[in-house]
Design a protein around this ligand. Structure first.
Ligand SMILES: Nc1ncnc2c1ncn2[C@@H]1O[C@H](COP(=O)(O)OP(=O)(O)O)[C@@H](O)[C@H]1O
Ligand SMILES: [Mg+2]
Length: 636
């Protein structure tokens, strides 16, 4: 990808120039994180005194495409730097670049374990299993695991209880959770200690006496507070809309006071009294306030009603209910124990199945790499680097990680073994982690960010750099994003506060570029569709059925697709012959009418849904291409 020579912002420069400290760049999409990463690599490589050559840097990404793009970006910037001063060192780096370690974490791990296979007692001819094969193998192993468990006397009774009245469909039923738990453990540093902890939990006769109980109590406290907030909110709303004062007072006695009392009891440490009050609470009727117009009156009534209902429902929580607790104490333990046994057995059989065909999955690549890099004699809590890791520290003088928020605990540990500290650049966005299903934890990134300091004088803990100038979107979009996120992102809710440093600012206007008219204002539209077909969609989806069985019924998805197609036709001016607005043509550097190719439809998930859109767009005469990359299982 050819890029114009970039003029770095002050903040970007800080991240590029800092030396001798780990640098954490935290920012949202489009702020130039990846650009900074490649820029810093080129800066470091240009300086022989700190980096002999481009093979001394290790750049890690999460997808092959990102790795390739990164190599191109670094190549482009290296070329620019070379053209500027025709330096022989830079020319050599350009030639060496193809062999530089710029890859996904998995490819990197694979190369490591292939290089050091003899230290791992591994057959170097292993192959890496692909996602579809892996899924098939896991389903087979799951069946075998359950069959074996039925044959085992010690487990059968508990297994029967565990499976009693559970959904046992093969594809997504309860047993599938075993695979999910095993997948989760792929991202945990030590499976063995997880098994141990889970077994200990199972042995507790009262599971709520431990940490879990404390967490549950905190949940109850948070829930009470949010119910109170909700009630206070409707009271204020009623008052500001000029509703009946008597209603407000009535609400105080019957709705608000019991919740406040519980919160006070909790604060005073009287847990038993609080749970007693919750259990004895009689749900009052919530009347409509007089003197308010519709639909405000109904809205206020239903919000107040929902709040007291949520309060009454708290009594169903196990931790609030001693009777339930007794029953749980007797059955949760054995059920947890058997579940842990099943996972252990599953992991063992799955390991055997992989060994039988000499293949490894992605998680194996990481775990083997970590084993290779960790000193066997060191403890799990204080891991030390192995000799191999120490020699790799000599090889890789600088490490850079893109999309750091997607890192899991095993990968983080690998980094720690590879780095003596002070040579890692991590760039990421705590607001987006796409690999949560693989055990990625934005928490790891957020924790690092929290530890780091924005003060370069305090570089020992790592330098934190926030970027908030956005180079990808116009002001209209950024204002909208700021508006939404500042309301929903709070420390308590998402672990990140959307504070001033998070707010996105548009890049200063580039004079050399043509500006779209209107400066990008008012460009967000909401379209609300009537409910036609909606109930059908949701019913069918919940039951896991396909809508195709009822071809005569127009689903809400199809209605939406038709509406979007109509909107797109208006934008490009199919019927009027005049496009609604103009866009900046990056290649030409001029403004031109918007065309189909400038428009993208994003969906939360492509599976199944995209086909409806494609079909309807085609019927509406809107040319469309779809990037549904469904694997074998999704496509059939
Ligand atoms: N200082 C800058 N001036 C102009 N354009 C920039 C600057 N920094 C980054 N860009 C451009 O902004 C776009 C987004 O950058 P990118 O690094 O992909 O963002 P991120 O990784 O944060 O999503 C790229 O086209 C990049 O070249
Ligand atoms: Mg990026």
């Amino acid at each position: 990808m050819a890029e114009k020579r970039i003029e770095w912002t002050e903040q970007q420069k800080r991240a590029i120039d800092a030396r001798g400290a780990d640098v954490l760049v935290t920012a949202s999409a489009g702020t130039g994180k990846t650009a900074v990463l490649s820029g810093r690599c080129v800066d470091i490589v240009s300086d022989k005194s700190i980096c002999p050559d481009v093979w001394s840097i290790l750049v890690l990404t999460f997808t092959e495409a990102a790795a390739e793009q990164m190599r191109c970006r670094i190549a482009g910037q290296l070329r620019d730097a070379f053209l500027e001063n025709r330096d022989a060192h830079l020319r050599r780096q350009l030639m060496l670049l193809q062999g530089a370690e710029i890859s996904t974490i998995h490819s990197f791990c694979k190369r490591l374990i292939t290089e050091y296979f003899y230290k791992l007692d591994l057959d170097p001819a292993f192959s890496v299993i692909d996602a579809d094969e892996q899924k098939l193998l896991k389903m087979e192993v799951l069946e075998k695991t359950i069959d074996r468990a039925w044959e085992q006397n010690g487990i059968r009774d508990a297994l029967e209880r565990l499976l009693y009245r559970r959904d046992l469909r093969t594809n997504d039923g309860f047993l599938f959770r075993i695979i999910e738990l095993s997948d989760f453990l792929d991202g945990v540093v030590s499976r063995e200690s997880w098994y141990e902890k889970a077994s200990l939990l199972a042995e507790l006769t009262n599971p709520f006496t431990a940490d879990l109980g404390e967490k549950q109590k905190k949940n109850v406290a948070a829930k009470l507070q949010s119910i109170l907030d909700q009630l206070n909110h409707v009271r204020r709303l009623c008052e500001s809309e000029g509703g009946d004062v008597g209603w407000d007072e009535k609400l105080q006695d019957s709705h608000v006071a019991p919740v406040v009392k519980c919160i006070e009891m909790l604060k005073a440490g009287h847990w038993d009294k609080c749970t007693g009050a919750i259990r004895n609470f009689q749900k009052p009727t919530t009347r409509k306030a007089k003197g308010l117009p519709e639909p405000i009156a109904s809205l206020i009534q239903s919000t107040a009603k929902n709040a007291v209902e949520a309060f009454a429902e708290l009594s169903e929580l196990a931790i609030v209910n001693p009777g339930y607790l007794d029953r749980l104490g007797g059955s949760v333990g054995p059920q947890t124990a058997v579940l842990v046994e099943l996972i252990k057995k599953f992991d063992q059989l799955y390991g055997q199945a992989k060994r039988a065909v000499n293949c490894l999955d992605f998680a194996d690549l990481e775990h083997y790499a970590l084993r290779l890099l960790t000193d066997e004699a060191s403890s799990e809590d204080e891991p030390a680097p192995s000799q191999t890791a120490l020699s790799l520290r000599q090889r890789y003088k600088h490490i850079a990680v893109d999309e750091y928020q997607d890192i899991n605990a095993v990968q983080q540990r690998i980094l720690e073994m590879l780095s003596p500290g002070g040579n890692i650049l991590g760039v990421g966005d705590g607001k987006q982690s796409i690999y949560a299903f693989r055990g990625a934890m934005p928490d790891i990134f957020l924790e690092q960010v929290k530890l780091a300091s924005s003060d370069p004088g305090n570089a020992l803990v790592g330098l934190r750099v926030d970027l908030n100038v956005n180079f990808r979107s116009t002001k209209g979009i950024l204002d909208f994003v700021n508006d939404i996120f500042s309301r929903i992102m709070t420390e308590s809710f998402t672990k990140i506060d959307y504070d001033e440093s998070s707010r996105l600012k548009p890049a200063p206007a580039d004079k050399s570029k043509a500006q779209a008219p209107g400066g990008g204002k008012n460009i967000i539209e909401f379209h609300i569709l009537d409910k036609i077909g909606k109930s059908r969609d949701s019913q069918n989806e919940q039951a896991g059925e396909s809508e195709d069985e009822n071809p005569d019924i127009v689903t809400s998805r199809q209605t939406q697709a038709a509406m979007i197609a109509r909107r797109i036709r208006r934008m490009v001016g199919v019927d009027t012959g005049k496009a609604e607005f103009q866009v900046n043509d990056e290649q030409q550097g001029t403004l031109r009418d918007v065309e189909y190719r400038d428009i993208v439809v994003l969906m939360r998930s492509l599976a199944k849904k995209a086909n409806d859109y494609v079909e309807i767009f085609r019927l509406a005469g809107v040319p469309v291409s779809c990037q549904a990359t469904a694997g074998y299982f999704e496509a059939t």
